[in-house]
Design a protein around this ligand. Structure first.
Ligand SMILES: [Zn+2]
Length: 386
């Protein structure tokens, strides 16, 4: 992880680089602040920078990314880079779970998410019971063992402890002791979202570094790096994300799925309107092979589009918050959704979802629904009552 890959947090970057320049890297630091602000990414970038062997790194204010140390850091496999995080038993690790048992999943999650990760995502990833998760005494014993071996490749051994608020009470004295009397050339980087939940004796022995929200314009720019996201959408995502880049990533991935559903819905409505029976058969069969969750979300997107179409008959388009591309379709489609058929549409879609949730043959449910939709689309609006 290079400093340049981190979204925003320029002041913190500068300050950390300065500690290296002045050889006053504090041996135990606490990076804290809300989700999605880049604490973990920064900890890794900082550790990488400290150990980068490029003599010009200080002038460049970043790691080289190419020296032997950086190459191992890029893959998170440097032998002097250690991670500890909350764990619990799962199907594979039944007893005495330790962070090292979950390293493959950990690396995969970090690298797959640009190092912006959340606690729930982690629990899902390793499939553990949330209530049981914590940084336990086995892991703390392991920290002591690991750090007491001499560093064999780099100047600094680095121990990154993620979500230190999840440290178990029984484990705390062990961690405290090694932070108080650390082996030579050891760097502890503790990461937390809420310092109020950290055991106070640990808190008092670390140097705090507060991570503010990421500026909206920086998140907008980061979203714009994806070519499918236009300026308006990026600004909208950044506004909703509220300084949390992880949330922006979540919103963008939900967007991808929604776009796919929307396009499929448009095609489906066309074949129902014609109606093209062969295409409908194909569609029902193919869509029926998707997961039940996927089909449900597809139908929910469809209902939302239908509701917007109905509204378009009554209120100005500017008052309906949808994407421009979607609005173009909805304007054309709106005349076919009206006061005489909207209730039937809604009832039929809900019925289909109900059956799919209860393991009915999804292909048949969709075929049935398609034929009903074909009929409903032919129903003209009834004249307003006089
Ligand atoms: Zn390097």
């Amino acid at each position: 992880m290079l400093f340049s890959e981190i979204k925003g947090q320029q002041i913190i970057k500068e300050r950390l680089i300065q500690t290296v320049r002045e050889s006053r890297v504090s041996h135990a630091q606490l990076f804290y602040g809300g989700e999605g602000r880049g604490k973990l990414a920064m900890a890794i970038a900082y550790a990488q920078f400290i150990n980068c062997r490029d003599p010009e790194k200080l002038e460049r204010k970043d790691s080289c990314g190419k020296c032997p140390s950086c190459i191992k850091y890029n893959k998170l496999i440097h032998p002097d880079l250690h991670f500890v995080f909350p764990v619990a038993p799962n199907k594979e690790v039944k007893e005495k779970p330790m962070s090292r048992d979950f390293m493959a999943a950990w690396r995969e999650m970090l690298i797959g998410n640009q190092y912006y990760v959340s606690l729930n995502e982690w629990y899902d990833k390793i499939d553990i019971e949330r209530k049981q998760a914590g940084i336990n005494v086995y892991d703390c014993n392991q920290i002591i063992k690991t750090l007491n071996y001499t560093s064999y490749e780099s100047e600094f051994k680095v121990m990154i402890i993620w979500m230190v608020e999840k440290l178990n009470y029984q484990a705390a004295p062990k961690l405290l002791k090694i932070i108080e009397e650390p082996p030579d050339k050891t760097l502890f980087l503790l990461i937390a979202e809420n310092p109020d939940n950290i055991i106070s004796t640990i808190l008092s022995r670390t140097q705090p570094v507060k991570f503010p929200k990421i500026e909206e314009n920086i998140i907008t720019a980061a979203c714009r790096e994806r070519e499918e996201i236009n300026r308006e959408e990026a600004a909208e995502i950044a506004r909703i994300a509220n300084g949390n880049y992880k949330e922006a990533l979540r919103l963008m991935s939900r967007d991808d799925e929604r776009n796919e559903h929307f396009e499929q819905f448009v095609n489906w409505m066309r074949m129902c309107y014609t109606p093209d029976t062969l295409k409908i058969l194909d569609f029902s069969e193919e869509m029926g092979k998707q997961s039940r969750e996927h089909i449900k979300e597809f139908l929910q997107t469809g209902m939302e589009v239908l509701r917007h179409c109905l509204l378009l008959n009554y209120i100005p388009a500017g008052n309906i918050k949808v994407r421009k591309a979607e609005m173009a379709f909805m304007k054309k489609f709106a005349p076919f959704v009206n006061n005489a058929n909207i209730e039937s549409f809604s009832g039929e879609f809900n019925r289909a979802i109900y059956h799919i949730e209860r393991n009915a043959n999804a292909g048949l449910v969709l075929l049935d629904l398609s034929l009903t939709v074909a009929k409903l689309l032919k129903i003209k609006a009834s004249a307003p009552a006089t």
